[in-house]
Design a protein around this ligand. Structure first.
Ligand code: CP
Length: 312
């Protein structure tokens, strides 16, 4: 594996399978009464969050702590960023405190790449603008593999605001590497201009794709990144692109429903679908900790085996 994880495109099929297999091993730790390993004792992980997050920030912190790393949490709100301090100076300040890995979320696409030129430690992209969110794609693939087995030849449909979604881009890249067939479904206004060059199909008709899919991944409409109207009304959007009970009933019996969160119940997904037995939304959050443990372990090259004795 490379030293940094910035894009899902950085991962070969072997890299991706190594992370998923390591996460499978580490999942056993989460089932223990003491969920802690000594593997990254003495290492320091800095969580550098310039954009809001619930799941990613908490799960990276939990992952690092379960591996016994020291964790420094940095949030731009309340920091010297408000006084004009740059990303570079913020990063160098944190590195001076001994960071072995920096986990970064930033509103600017490309910020993790820039950071990787300035720090000696590993950089992990925890979501950059509308670009990528590789660990989300890894936890999604891990969740699919646990529910469905191998992803080779599986049909995955990603529905919603593809234009602003770093989750969609990372999933398309990773899932195609793992042999799945991805179809994007969205109104034409919510598709990126260059989507033709992505390794996936595109459809505007959710109902036509539904009966052939193994996985439906619903995405939130990212209003915070919009400065214009991309569809007539929320009601019209939900009617054409929302997943409700009727559409769920038309999916194959063993097909699953995913959502990276945060979700807007009643808009892209009905509450009863989000809470149904076929929804993996809560599982995805739990799997996020395990997969991020695997990523940190593999990047920081713990001197001890990933699974060893429990800490006393
Ligand atoms: N899926 C995801 O990235 O969620 P958060 O924004 O809460 O981290």
């Amino acid at each position: 594996m490379r030293r940094h994880l910035i894009s899902a495109a950085d991962l070969t099929r072997e890299d991706a399978l190594l992370i998923l297999d390591t996460a499978d091993e580490l999942a056993r730790v989460s089932e223990r009464s003491i969920k802690k390993l000594p593997t990254l004792r003495g290492r320091t992980v800095v969580n550098l969050f310039f954009e809001d997050s619930t799941r990613t920030r908490i799960s990276f912190e939990a992952a690092a702590k379960r591996l016994s790393a020291d964790v420094i949490n940095f949030s731009a709100k309340g920091s010297s960023v408000s006084k004009g301090e740059s990303l570079k100076d913020t990063a160098l300040t944190l590195e001076a405190m001994g960071a072995d890995a920096v986990v970064i979320r930033h509103s600017a696409s490309g910020a993790p790449h820039r950071l990787s030129n300035w720090v000696r430690g590993s950089v992990v992209n925890a979501g950059d603008g509308t670009h990528e969110h590789p660990t989300q794609a890894l936890l999604d693939a891990f969740t699919m593999r646990r529910r469905l087995g191998s992803l080779e030849g599986r049909c995955v449909t990603i529905v919603g605001d593809i234009l602003h979604s770093r989750v969609a881009r990372s999933n398309v890249l990773l899932l195609s590497t793992l042999g799945a067939k991805v179809t994007l479904v969205a109104p034409p206004t919510l598709l990126p201009v260059a989507v033709d060059s992505w390794p996936c199909e595109v459809s505007y008709d959710f109902d036509e794709v539904l009966p052939k899919t193994d996985v439906v991944m619903m995405l939130r409409v990212q209003r915070e990144r919009m400065n214009a109207a991309y569809f007539p009304t929320e009601r019209e959007y939900s009617r054409r692109y929302g997943l409700d009970r009727e559409r769920l009933a038309r999916m194959p019996q063993d097909a699953i429903v995913m959502h990276p969160g945060p979700m807007i119940r009643g808009m892209e997904i009905a509450a009863e679908v989000a809470d149904s037995a076929r929804s993996t939304i809560v599982e995805q959050v739990a799997n996020g900790v395990t997969v991020r443990m695997a990523v940190l372990y593999l990047l920081l090259g713990g001197s001890e085996p990933a699974i060893g004795k429990e800490t006393e």
